[in-house]
Design a protein around this ligand. Structure first.
Ligand code: ADP
Ligand code: MG
Length: 728
């Protein structure tokens, strides 16, 4: 057997799992390493505490004096926990997290040294940011970008570093990260939703967007991955024949978690507790070696931070357990890929979930208002929502028959469909007292009961209402949730703003009663946005046809999907809502399209190398063994040999054909890459990579996978699916 693969298998079979020892109750561990309200109360003076609180709750600026106090307390707290360094922790457009560690330690003139951390270091830093993607906003000669403290997400300690969540902006003020536009979007939805809430309750002062993610992932033995340059370099397998047993038996989903994986999960959850990530659920997913972790939902900015942090922590914890975590959307062909569901809702500072039906007709009318407005927002902006989750890796998932299709639609269930139908039938204009009573008692008043048995959960829908929240299920497992959350909150904010305007016109100019006006506007919205509602099988071909008739977009690849990001309407939307300027929106398009090009380019190079340097030589080696065998048979049996060596001769020929298939396709792929690289327009270049380079990945893989079946297992250099996919 190829020597590396042999050792890897041996190591993985004899690996002794780390037994993880649980340290105390989870509730007691929770948030121990977070500079949260509780800790702040202990460490801060009353004034400083108040200052931070009002920054968190009302977005007020923190003055220099308070910042100094907070910094000094943070430092004392961190030092008491053995921390030596601090970092501004941010989420650049690479999709991962970034940090540059500085020691608290400073020297003194007299030769001594102290630990120091002041307000200015807390509030702002200027990392040399020239190597982060900026989409042309920041020229390298103006390398300065700066990070600025986001007090709404608490500082935390990871290992021996104090991490301060920050935004990352160019010197000229444009956002270079995911957090900045998200914070703006959360602010804009707060304003728009609070305005609408005032129709129902004058006491509402703030509306907060909540998010609960569900993160899917694969766990693979680290040694086995070491024999897979494709996984190591691209996060997925670019070749590999399916295992004889995959997920056909449906025996993995919710099955008993293998001990080795369970130890990893307990260790990971323990880290989550320390970091204040409220991890709650864990289970096996559909594919072998596939799992899920989900927390309790939180304020959206914090939830996004926690998901980014989790993705980082997962990798580190996995390493301790000799695992590699694969967050890629499609690490293995022919078995399920991974996604990340973003559960989303809006809540008031009076404690009402606006997407949860209430107990009275009035609170239900409020629910319907937010429910219908969300549906309308998704309808009007379905293409933008699709664009918010576009990436080279998510293209493997959307549109193939396992995950939500690339068509965005909304699932609301049979009962709410009926409610909307009844609302649609409401008389136009003013309502008679009888009509109003009937409406309130028989339509709006009935929602809570019906929802209780609304258990049909359509798993093929990309955007589903699930009782008290919407669930955006098309988000990529590898992706930063900031992007989709920014878009979702912005489009709903815009829609609520429109709604408010329309209702006010009816009330102020046409003398409608408030509830009459609301019914009237909602009725029109239901009519207008019907085409986005779909309850059937999203994977079916029939739906693709139907969606096309309805005029819904079906952008199956990233270059197509991203285009809408720079449409005039999108830029106007972001500008109007104060979420992104034209420059920022265009820069993001550029960063994302370039990232797409680079991903396909890397995959194409890696596969070309593996095919030529590993697969072809292995095939030749085996073919030579066969040739020797045939020659031997000929020596012994003379003419009879053709009959005796029939199978060998066929194999020799088949191997030659596949070697030829690989070589000619790799050569053609390289030619296409060269042609694409000459294009200076990034959009055209991305299209060339998508249409002319990417297809070769499949063609080359086909021949490699055929060879895997033909060549002696002893010689095969790469760990096989059947070895990678089943934790021992
Ligand atoms: P399923 O896998 O059936 O979708 P889970 O219980 O695994 O359900 O996940 C539900 C997710 O929804 C969790 O992440 C949870 O935090 C989140 N969630 C629950 N209620 C809300 C809410 N009101 N707003 C946002 N997210 C929520
Ligand atoms: Mg879910």
């Amino acid at each position: 057997m190829a020597i590396l693969r042999f050792h890897a298998l041996k190591e993985s079979i004899t690996y002794k799992p780390n037994t993880f020892i649980e340290k105390g109750k989870r509730s007691e561990l929770f948030g121990t390493n977070v500079f949260n309200e509780n800790t702040m109360r202990q460490y801060l003076t009353k004034d400083a505490f108040k200052g931070v609180k009002s920054a968190i709750e009302e977005g007020k600026k923190i003055n220099r004096n308070v910042a100094d106090q907070v910094a000094s307390s943070m430092k004392d707290w961190a030092l008491s926990k053995g921390v030596t360094h601090y970092t501004h922790w941010f989420q650049p457009l690479t999709g991962t997290t970034a940090e540059k560690h500085d020691a608290f330690f400073e020297t003194l003139e007299d030769g001594g040294a102290i630990e120091k951390f002041g307000g200015s270091q807390l509030v702002q830093q200027e990392p040399d940011a020239s190597s982060f993607p900026s989409g042309g906003i920041r020229n390298t000669f103006e390398a300065r970008g700066y990070t600025a403290w986001d007090p709404s997400s608490p500082a935390f300690i990871y290992e021996t570093t104090l991490c301060i969540p920050t935004i990352f902006v160019a010197y000229t003020g444009e956002a270079l990260d995911y957090k900045t536009p998200l914070l703006r979007a959360l602010n804009t939805i707060d304003v728009a939703a609070t305005d609408v809430c005032k129709y129902f309750d004058k006491n509402v002062k703030k509306v907060t967007s909540f998010m609960g993610w569900e993160q899917e992932y694969f766990l693979v033995d680290k040694n086995l991955v070491a024999c897979r340059p494709d996984i190591t370099l691209t996060g997925r397998t670019l070749l590999g024949h399916s295992s004889a047993k995959g997920q056909q038996l449906d025996d993995h989903y919710f099955g008993s978690i293998p001990n080795r994986a369970l130890n990893f999960m307990r260790d990971l959850e323990n880290q989550c507790m320390l970091l204040g990530i409220p991890a709650k659920t864990r289970h096996n997913e559909v594919a072998p070696n596939q799992f899920e972790i989900a927390p309790i939902h939180e304020e959206a900015n914090l939830a996004v931070d926690h998901n980014s942090l989790l993705m980082d922590v997962m990798g580190r914890v996995a390493s301790r357990h000799n695992f590699k975590v694969l967050l890629h959307e499609k690490p293995f062909a022919n078995i399920n890929g991974s996604g990340k569901h973003n559960n989303w809702s809006l809540s008031t500072d009076t404690g009402i979930n606006l997407l949860k039906p209430g107990k009275t007709p009035m609170s239900n009318l409020q629910f319907l208002t937010f429910f219908v407005n969300t549906i309308k927002a998704v309808y009007e902006n379905e293409e933008l929502l699709r664009a918010s989750i576009a990436s080279a890796s998510n293209d493997h998932r959307l549109g193939s028959t396992e995950a939500p299709p690339a068509i965005i639609s909304v699932f609301i269930g049979a009962q709410l469909t009926k409610v909307l139908e009844e609302l649609e039938g409401v008389t136009k204009g003013k309502l008679s007292p009888e009509e109003k009573t009937d409406l309130k008692l028989n339509v709006v008043g009935k929602i809570p009961d019906v929802l209780l048995d609304n258990t049909d959960r359509n798993r093929t829908s990309p955007f589903a209402f699930t009782g008290n929240k919407f669930e955006f299920r098309a988000v990529g497992s590898l992706e930063n949730c900031g992007n989709p959350m920014t878009v979702l909150n912005t489009i709903v904010a815009k829609q609520l703003k429109e709604f408010k305007k329309e209702v006010d016109v009816l009330v102020d100019d046409k003398n409608f009663k408030k509830d009459e006006a609301i019914f009237n506007v909602l009725r029109e919205y239901i009519k207008a946005s019907k085409d986005i509602l779909f309850e059937g099988n999203g994977y079916s071909e029939a739906w693709e046809k139907e969606a096309k008739k309805r005029g819904l977009s079906n952008n199956k690849n990233t270059p197509e999907a991203l285009k809408v990001k720079v449409h005039k309407s999108t830029i106007n939307l972001f500008e109007e809502m104060g979420v992104m300027s034209k420059i920022e929106a265009e820069a993001r398009y550029e960063v994302e399209i370039e990232s797409y090009i680079k991903h396909i380019q890397i995959e194409s190079r890696v596969l070309g190398d593996i095919a030529r340097n590993n697969i072809v030589p292995t095939a030749v080696k085996y073919q030579n063994i066969l040739i020797d065998n045939v020659k031997g048979l000929k020596d012994i049996f003379d003419k009879e040999y053709t009959n005796l060596a029939k199978e060998q001769l066929n194999l020799i020929k088949a191997i030659s054909q596949h070697i030829d298939g690989i070589n000619s396709n790799v050569t053609k792929m390289i030619e296409e890459r060269k042609k694409a690289n000459l294009l200076t327009d990034v959009t055209k270049k991305a299209e060339a990579y998508c249409q002319n380079v990417k297809p070769f990945l499949e063609d080359i893989r086909y021949h490699c996978d055929k060879l895997e079946l033909l060549v002696d297992d002893e010689l095969w250099p790469l760990t096989k699916y059947r070895e990678l996919l089943f934790i021992r």
